[in-house]
Design a protein around this ligand. Structure first.
Ligand code: AHR
Length: 511
């Protein structure tokens, strides 16, 4: 081989090695000297729909159940959610919301009307979990409530009466009814949305039409301190956002965005547990699209709302895989592996980094549906890898964002590549918390941190990782994925060095 070609080849080989092995050094500069926005605790919100076993069996088993409960709420689940510091729960849907008539779900349970849950398995919904049960549950776990009103098949009057029933302290037929049903004082419900996916299951509307409808609903949405939420876009439907912001920004406090991560496509979603590195790569690559979606939707919002009064609320996000074999296809029950932990970690980092505009997000869904934090089977309960990510990341709730400059190695599979590391940082009560994902399932990443406007004397950490990409926690078995102490970070002459194991989510805290 000629000398010239040998050197060329050696150069290409070493570049590829650097790109694929994590051998070169990543660097992150923390700009504590330029603090960003407050990271709203509501970014760590959840979504619970009348779908499969999210409500029935997951949250609520009824007072007569032999599963330990308080007023019908599962005690194991309540305890696990309290530990998670859940800031808010969105309810009753989802697609279910635009079929839901709230008066069916109040009063003595024996008198409540049953309906068919047309979107989710065609099962009979007996309405034993209604407004009182939902709001009592929120009080029990100590979180805010977010209610989605029925626009698709409801009326403005029905929506206005629901809000009055739940939140008014004045004398009225609605508040009298509430008191008759056992609740003297009003609940505190700040977040109310007018419809869900009104571009799809919530009415198949055009943005122009929905925008007029939203303005009408918004006029009658009254509650103390109410935060009015408009139904926003499906993924990259930027036209929807543009029309809504142009015609309705003055009538809303927030607008939603829905984006699900699919390893395959809507016709073939792939297994939640049986996957190879190709599926791992594609899932993480598609998760990173959230960065583009949030950036582009924010740019449109900036055009109409430069003062950033309106919040962008990603009120449905997460992995959507095939249901577990043998389960009802309408129940959307899927397992949850280390890959889900990475997907949660990446999404939450993206939301933190956009805290100036993103004020809320709700993982779909809390229990037994899609990317859940908890799975239940009769008396048993499993905490998923996603649960541990929420537990790790709750240090960011209401903390101040620290902007980061990240220079990352590439994680490459064949020709396509993504950045191997993804991170966000915040500061609260004198402690700086950095959450970092290593997307590369094969190579550790060494990261050199430069600290601007900050001195660290001590570093502590936590890690979520596992033996394999598809490790998961199963009923009756020892946990394969959980959160443990991390000792791979050290302070070195005022800077910080971290060695991040392959396929991991890590929290570093600087003291
Ligand atoms: O989360 C499951 C469904 O996904 C919701 O009901 C709907 O809003 C979305 O399409």
């Amino acid at each position: 081989m000629k000398k010239k070609y040998f050197f060329k080849l050696a150069f290409v080989v070493s570049l590829t090695l650097f790109a694929t092995t994590g051998f070169s050094q990543n660097s992150i500069t923390l700009h504590a000297d330029k603090p960003g926005s407050r990271i709203s605790k509501d970014i760590y919100g959840h979504f619970a729909e009348h779908l499969g076993h999210c409500i029935y069996g997951g949250i609520y088993v009824g007072e007569k159940s032999d599963i330990p409960n308080s007023k019908g709420f599962r005690l194991d689940v309540v305890g696990a959610l309290k530990d998670l510091k859940v800031p808010l729960v969105r309810w009753p849907g989802g697609c279910f919301a635009d079929t839901y008539h709230w008066k069916d779900g109040i009063g003595p349970k024996a008198d409540r009307a049953s309906i068919i849950n047309v979107h989710w398995g065609g099962v009979t919904e007996d309405n034993s979990f209604g407004t009182h049960e939902f709001l009592d549950f929120c009080e029990l776990i100590g979180c805010d409530a977010y209610i989605c009103l029925n626009v698709g098949s409801g009326t403005v009057q029905e929506a206005a009466q629901w809000m009055e029933y739940a939140t008014s302290s004045s004398e009225s037929p609605m508040t009298k009814l509430r008191k008759q049903n056992g609740r003297e004082k009003p609940w505190n419900v700040k977040y109310w949305a007018a419809g869900n996916e009104t571009w799809g299951c919530g009415g198949n509307m055009r943005p122009e039409y929905y925008s007029d409808l939203f303005n009408q609903y918004s006029t009658y949405m009254r509650a103390p301190g109410v935060y009015k939420i408009a139904c926003g876009a499906n993924a990259e439907d930027y036209k929807w956002m543009d029309v809504l912001m142009k015609q309705s920004a003055h009538m809303m406090n927030g607008i939603s965005l829905h984006y699900y991560t699919l390893a395959g496509d809507w016709n073939n979603k792939h297994s939640a547990t049986q996957f190879d590195e190709q599926d791992w790569f594609v899932t993480l690559q598609k998760t990173l699209k959230m960065e583009e979606l949030v950036t582009k939707h924010s740019e449109i919002m900036d055009k109409y709302d430069p003062e950033k009064k309106v919040g962008l609320l990603v009120d449905e996000w997460g992995n959507w895989f095939d249901v577990e074999p043998g389960t009802n296809p309408g129940f959307l029950y899927q397992q949850n592996t280390l890959r889900d932990a990475l997907v949660a970690g990446i999404n939450l980092n993206i939301f933190n980094n956009h805290a100036d505009r993103v004020r809320m997000s709700n993982i779909a869904q809390m229990i037994n549906v899609l990317q859940s934090v908890i799975l239940t089977r009769d008396k048993e309960m499993v905490l998923t890898p996603t649960y541990y990510v929420f537990k790790m990341y709750n240090v960011h709730q209401d903390a101040t964002l620290i902007p980061l400059d990240i220079k990352s190695n590439l994680y490459q599979l064949g020709a396509p590549s993504v950045e191997a590391i993804n991170a966000s940082a915040s500061s609260k009560d004198g402690v700086v918390s950095i959450t970092i994902c290593n997307l590369d399932p094969n190579a550790a990443q060494n990261i050199h941190f430069t600290l601007e406007g900050l001195k660290a004397t001590k570093v502590t950490g936590k890690i979520i990782t596992a033996k394999t990409m598809n490790s998961y926690n199963d009923f009756g078995k020892k946990e394969e994925v959980s959160m443990t102490d991390f000792n791979g970070a050290k302070v070195n002459k005022g800077d910080v060095e971290v060695s991040l194991p392959a396929k991991s989510v890590v929290l570093i805290q600087l003291h």
